[in-house]
Design a protein around this ligand. Structure first.
Ligand SMILES: Cc1cc2nc3c(=O)[nH]c(=O)nc-3n(C[C@H](O)[C@H](O)[C@H](O)COP(=O)(O)OP(=O)(O)OC[C@H]3O[C@@H](n4cnc5c(N)ncnc54)[C@H](O)[C@@H]3O)c2cc1C
Length: 400
């Protein structure tokens, strides 16, 4: 039974929105979710998912359906520095769960369908346009679909609408990063040579290129460059995509020589966005809508699911007590859960941006597979990030 004022309106049906919608519906709340896309929909992403995602998917009760998609298992990450030094870190978990690579159109569709089955009212092809924040807790969101605009009132509005979140912007919470101006271009290929059961990251001067093996001879090849390098693209993105790989990552170009690009590549950017806060009275932000830094460590999907898990507790308490005006418990919980990892990500950015340093670190990690495993375990979200921020790790890295 739905009332005129809904308990929760979730804007965005990616992993963050679908997951939070399920968790709140399960706790008995009336949830409506709108997404401007019709699913299955594409999402520009590296499509490698860290092992920790399995725990979160199991908690949502959707892990069996994701396994049924046949995701390609990832045993770890192989990294190559600008001078060609390679090292590999393996996911060493007690439960043996590996990472996986899967097309986002398929993964996100499964998650959205799961939300629908859980009793969430899902409206596809429905875009949130205007948000009005009310003092009395009945916030109003205008949504538009083929039938014209409509207004939905809700006690809690969740911004799960990705990097360019209309919810975060209407609250004044999301800003472009002051200095990071990176763009990504992604293509799907069939027939790439040399794929194995690891994700790959190839660092070059000025950027990096990730490869995720998707199974059945398919691969996702996505690179990240600075905005000024993107100017060369002019009006021909595909020519730019192909020529950038050839010039910057010639070894990858060799492996793609007889492969087929399955569809025109897609570009997005600028990638980095900073959130000033994660909640406001009657609203909270999950997934990329709560800020996005850089995809190098490939944790976005897991973080989207994890932020939904953290938000669910705070949102449930607030809805039950009628105090949706203060959701700062979520800000604190997410900050505590992500602080160390984000610090490490910023450090890694510096290493990646400085080729001589990236080469030196790669040479050390090639000699110390145990440290490489730890680093990849942190990126995989099952080794605490503070491990790598401690003096012991840094000392081991520098003296080896
Ligand atoms: C180049 C690149 C590579 C990446 N590689 C990886 C990787 O390998 N592994 C990984 O885990 N993460 C990776 N990420 C990050 C990952 O893609 C994101 O973190 C993840 O998709 C976040 O999920 P989300 O649910 O927050 O948002 P999204 O998946 O972006 O979903 C947002 C949804 O909101 C909808 N929406 C937007 N605006 C509106 C509106 N106004 N009204 C209604 N609906 C709206 C959209 O249609 C969309 O369905 C990468 C990101 C980039 C840019």
């Amino acid at each position: 039974m739905t009332s005129a004022v809904r308990d929760v309106l979730v804007v965005g049906g990616g992993p963050a929105g679908s997951a939070l919608a399920v968790l709140l519906r399960r706790r008995g709340h009336d949830v409506v979710l709108v997404d401007e896309a019709r699913f299955p929909r594409d999402k520009v992403c590296g499509e490698g998912v860290s092992p920790e995602a399995w725990r979160l998917l199991a908690d949502l009760g959707v892990d069996a359906e994701v396994r049924a998609l046949g995701p390609h298992p990832l045993r770890g990450m192989a990294l190559v520095s600008p001078d060609g030094t390679g090292f590999r870190g393996l996911y060493r978990r007690r439960d043996d769960d590996l990472g996986f690579a899967v097309r986002r159109d398929r993964l996100d569709h499964v998650l959205l369908q799961h939300a629908r089955r859980a009793g969430v009212e899902v409206r596809e092809a429905t875009r949130a346009t205007v948000l009005r924040w009310a003092a009395d807790g009945a916030h109003e969101v205008t949504v538009a679909n083929g039938a014209g605009p409509e207004s939905i009132q809700a006690r809690l509005v969740v911004g799960a609408d990705g990097r360019r979140s209309v919810v975060a912007r209407s609250l004044g919470l999301l800003l472009e990063h002051a200095s990071l101006r990176k763009f990504a271009v992604r293509g799907h290929w069939r027939g790439m040579q040399g794929l194995e059961a690891c994700g790959e990251m190839h660092v070059a001067a000025g950027g990096y290129c990730g490869v995720a093996p998707l199974g059945d001879g398919l691969a996702n090849v996505a690179f990240v460059l600075d905005r000024r390098d993107m100017a060369e693209a002019g009006g021909d993105l595909e020519a730019f995509y192909r020529s950038s790989i050839t010039r910057r990552w010639p070894r990858l170009a060799e492996r793609l020589a007889i492969a087929q690009l399955l569809a025109p590549p897609r570009a997005i950017g600028p990638l980095a966005l900073q959130a000033r806060g994660l909640s406001a009275p009657g609203a909270l932000l999950v997934g990329d809508a709560a800020g996005f830094y850089d995809p190098f460590t490939g944790e976005g999907v897991t973080l989207a699911l994890r932020s939904a898990e953290l938000a669910a507790g705070a949102a449930d308490d607030a809805l039950r007590s009628g105090r949706t005006g203060d959701l700062r418990a979520y800000d604190r919980a997410r900050h505590a859960a992500t602080r160390d990892k984000f610090r490490l990500n910023r450090l890694l950015q510096r290493v990646v941006a400085w080729p001589a340093l990236a080469n030196a670190v790669a040479r050390r990690l090639a000699r110390r597979p145990d440290l490489a495993d730890q680093l990849v375990g942190i990126a995989g979200d099952f080794v605490p990030a503070r491990t790598a921020l401690g003096p012991r790790f840094v000392w081991d890295l520098l003296r080896s």
